[in-house]
Write a protein that binds this ligand. Sequence first.
Ligand code: ADP
Ligand code: MG
Length: 271
Amino acid sequence: MSLDQESGGLALATAAPHAFVRLAPPSGSTWFTRHPGSASAKIREKAVCTPGIPQGVLEQYRKLAASLHHSQAEHGTRIIMMASTLASEGKTLTATNLALTLSESYRRRVLLIDADLRRPTVQLMFDLPNVSGLNDALHGDEDARCSIFDVSTHLSILTAGRPNQDPMSGLTSDRMRRLITAAATEFDWVIIDTPPVGILPDANLLAAMVDTVILVVAAGGTPFRLVNRAVEAIGRDRIFGVVLNKVHAEDLWGGYSSYSYYGYGTQDDQR
Ligand SMILES: Nc1ncnc2c1ncn2[C@@H]1O[C@H](COP(=O)(O)OP(=O)(O)O)[C@@H](O)[C@H]1O
Ligand SMILES: [Mg+2]
């Protein structure tokens, strides 16, 4: 029976069974073998699937993935906002490496969404075209399905699309809420790379749409008072944990390597 018959002619809104159109990446563009020397190759150097990444680095991402996995089992956590106070603290790299770890090591279905609409870079990480994406889904035809790229068996990417210098209204809109809710029905994990909180006056509105927030902090770089302000803007109780990023390996293990290191602490660690 159609909804129209049942409701006496009133059309009821229902969620589309599949809100996304799955696209294969353009030919020649596969994650593991691509254009050495290109801007993308450079930006991918620190991705966990690049050969030569130190084992200790891989372990830090696995630790983060394991605590999220645990949180999913306990609390149904599924939608993550990757936030930072300022630009260049490492949100995109952390979001990418977490997405790769959850999809490759845990074999979970992951959608990585580039919501940093002012400065989108996820397409560079995965060598994808950025002609259409989240911004178009938020401002285009309401009925159009959103195109995503399946870059591996378990990992899909929604690029940012046309850059938008005023991203806030779209990111906090009901359409954004519907899009991430639909994503959470098709994927085990939805990871949202977002603009820095410093330029996101309504960070709490976006944070309220997700299950939890991971705050990336560049070690030794971001003033504590600004980090504190970002925590207040997001809402302390919304934050799952902090990734302390760009920590020098020597600071951790006395000269193990000159490669920057990653660490994270959960709220429990901070008590
Ligand atoms: N732990 C790290 N060690 C070394 N370089 C890093 C680390 N995290 C991020 N970077 C580099 O810092 C730059 C900014 O990182 P990115 O993830 O793009 O930041 P954001 O998305 O917060 O603006 C990139 O060149 C990235 O490769
Ligand atoms: Mg970024």
